[in-house]
Design a protein around this ligand. Structure first.
Ligand SMILES: [Zn+2]
Length: 135
């Protein structure tokens, strides 16, 4: 069973407070997919994998954690355009913004790479309804 709670965090970038869902516990039955997508119930926690600051758009797995590389990216026009894009659902924008920050980190460690793959897969899951609406 997955349990979650609401937590208030202060953004590392702008220091404004916002509320986010946090996974308190989850479980899995079976093996992950070849693309590292976890089995249920963890799979359904996708909306809690990334936090995004509603004020400045900083996106991270923990927006209160220091990430100096984020400062190089989030105030760029392309980042802010993605953050405010009406073309994507809010969750998709959070993952896309997260990936823009991750691209600036040169030494992505193995575990981060897996997280990045998960986020890439999350994009596919999130975007499916959008594609259905277009058809
Ligand atoms: Zn912020």
């Amino acid at each position: 069973m997955t349990t979650s709670d609401e937590i208030t965090k202060n953004c590392y970038v702008c220091n404004k407070a916002s509320t986010h869902a946090k996974i308190m516990s989850t479980n899995t039955f079976g093996s992950p997919d070849l693309d590292t997508r976890p089995p249920e119930m963890e799979r359904s926690t996708i909306s809690m994998w990334v936090q995004i600051c509603p004020s400045c758009g900083y996106s991270s797995s923990n927006i209160s954690e220091v990430n100096e590389k984020a400062l190089e990216v989030i105030y760029t026009d392309s980042y802010q355009k993605q953050f405010k894009s009406p073309e994507f659902p809010k969750l998709a924008n959070a993952f896309l913004c997260f990936s823009l920050i991750q691209k600036t980190i040169v030494n992505i460690q193995k575990q981060d790479g897996i997280v990045f793959m998960r986020h890439g897969h999350a994009m596919m899951l999130i975007m499916r309804p959008v594609h259905r609406n277009v058809e």
